[in-house]
Design a protein around this ligand. Structure first.
Ligand code: HCB
Length: 219
C-alpha cells in the first residue's frame, strides 16, 4: 500500500496536479505512511523528474510552477507531522536561513527550516531573494550562531560567497558558522567559498547544524 501511494504522489507532482497531490498525501498519512517517506520517496522524486524534464526541454516554466504549487501544499500539510515526530529536548541553537538575493526558490529552504526547528533550533526564516544586509542585521539582532544560505541557480550560488565576505567585513565571521546548500551546491563549492558546512538535504542540514554548534546528537 505504501509503495503504491508513494508512486501516485510522485506521478501527481510530475503531472502537476496540486489537489491530487494533497489528497494523496492525506491518504498516505491516514494509512500511517511515515511523513519522511512521503517527502523522500513520494514528493522529492517527483520534483527531480520535473527538473529533469525542464532541462531536457520537455517541460516549461508553467510546469515548474504547478509542480511547485503541488509540492508546497503537500509540504505545508506534512510540516506539523514532521515537527511532532521529533522530541525537542533543549534549544539546540539559533539559525538564520534564507534563499540568497536574486533567487526565489523556496521549497528546499523551507524544508530545511522546518526540520531544523523540529530538531530544537530557533529558526528565523528570512524568505527568498534575501540581500546580504538582511542576513547581517538579523545576526546582530538575534545573536544567531549559524546562517543557512540556499541557492538553486548557478547564477546565484556565487551570492553565497558574497554573503560570507559581507559577514567578514561586518566583523561577524568569527561569531557565525555558515552552512550552504541548494541543487547546484556541493561540498567542494562550500570549501572553495570558505563556508563552514554543506548539506545535501534537510536531514543532512540538521546534522550539519548540530555539528556546527558543537553538538553531536543525530537528527
Ligand atoms: Co527553477 N530552476 N527556475 N523554479 N526549478 C531549477 C532550480 C533548475 C535546476 C531546472 C533545470 O534547468 N533543470 C534550473 C536552474 C539551472 C541552473 O541554474 N543551472 C531552474 C531555472 C533555470 C529557473 C528559472 C531561471 C526559469 C526561468 O525563469 N526561465 C527561474 C528562476 C527564478 C529565480 O529564482 N530568479 C526558476 C523558477 C522556478 C519556479 C518559481 C517556477 C519554481 C520555484 C517555486 C518555489 O520555490 N516556490 C522552480 C522550481 C520548482 C524548480 C525545480 C523544478 C525544483 C526545485 C525544488 O523545489 N526542489 C528545480 C529543479 C531541481 O532542483 N532539480 C528547478 C525540491 C527541494 C526540496 O530541493 O534542492 O531546493 P532543493 O533543497 C534541498 C537541498 O538542496 C538542501 O536541502 C533541501 C531539502 O532537501 N538545501 C539546503 C537547500 N537549501 C539549503 C540550505 C542549507 O543551508 C542547507 C541545505
Amino acid at each position: 500500500m505504501a509503495n503504491e501511494i508513494l508512486k501516485k504522489i510522485t506521478t501527481s507532482i510530475v503531472d502537476g496536479e496540486p489537489d491530487l497531490t494533497l489528497d494523496l498525501t492525506e491518504q498516505a498519512l491516514a494509512g500511517r505512511v511515515d511523513p519522511m517517506a512521503i517527502l523522500d520517496d513520494g514528493l522529492l522524486p517527483g520534483m527531480r523528474i520535473v527538473g529533469q524534464k525542464f532541462s531536457e526541454g520537455e517541460y516549461f516554466l508553467p510546469n515548474l510552477i504547478v509542480a511547485a504549487m503541488a509540492m508546497k501544499r503537500a509540504t505545508a500539510r506534512l510540516e506539523p507531522e514532521l515537527r511532532s515526530r521529533h522530541q525537542v529536548v533543549k534549544a539546540a541553537g539559533t539559525v538564520i536561513i534564507g534563499t540568497v538575493q536574486g533567487d526565489i526558490h523556496e521549497i528546499g529552504k523551507t524544508l530545511v527550516a522546518t526540520m531544523l526547528s523540529a530538531n530544537g533550533f530557533a529558526v528565523h526564516d528570512l524568505g527568498v531573494d534575501v540581500p546580504a544586509e538582511q542576513f547581517i542585521a538579523k545576526v546582530k539582532e538575534t545573536g544567531a550562531t549559524v546562517v543557512g544560505l540556499s541557492a538553486l541557480l548557478t547564477t546565484t550560488m556565487t551570492v553565497q560567497r558574497s554573503i560570507i565576505e559581507a559577514l567578514r567585513i561586518a566583523g561577524l565571521r568569527d561569531r557565525v558558522k555558515v552552512m550552504v546548500g541548494g541543487a547546484p551546491v556541493s561540498r567542494q563549492w562550500a570549501d572553495e567559498i570558505g563556508a563552514d558546512g554543506y548539506a545535501e538535504d534537510a536531514v543532512g542540514a540538521v546534522r550539519e547544524a548540530l555539528r556546527l554548534v558543537g553538538q553531536t546528537t543525530a537528527a
